[in-house]
Design a protein. Structure first.
Length: 121
């Protein structure tokens, strides 16, 4: 029987703050047992997104690999990529200068520095 993915967890310095960013970005619900050491969002189809505190956390330095990206998540959006980017940047996302996908996707970084893509449906 194949494995079924149920959770993805990201290291970060402030789990509740990073959970708040992704909660606002995705609309997923905050898990009621979230705290300062581990916060989670309840995802669709049983997939959860978690955020765990790491002392001495070092943000990825994408696109170079001085500090590896550690994880890369992609999200599809129904809205125009420019609108999605503007909304996410308002929430605290950054935008690296290096954009390897042209008009097909945007690479952004969450407030803890993890790169992620938004892709038009």
């Amino acid at each position: 029987m194949p494995l079924r993915l149920v959770a993805i967890a990201l290291d970060c310095p402030d789990p509740l703050a990073l959970a708040a960013f992704y909660q606002q970005a995705t609309g997923l619900a905050l898990h009621p047992k979230s705290d300062a050491d581990f916060a989670g969002l309840t995802g669709e189809h049983g997939l959860s997104l978690g955020f765990q505190r790491v002392d001495g956390y070092r943000a990825p330095s994408w696109p170079d690999q001085i500090v590896p990206q550690q994880l890369h998540v992609c999200f599809k959006v129904d809205e125009d990529l420019g609108e999605a980017e503007a909304r996410l940047r308002e929430l605290g996302a950054g935008k690296p200068d290096h954009q390897p996908h042209g008009d097909k996707a945007r690479v952004l970084t969450d407030p803890a520095g993890h790169p992620f893509c938004v892709i038009a449906r």
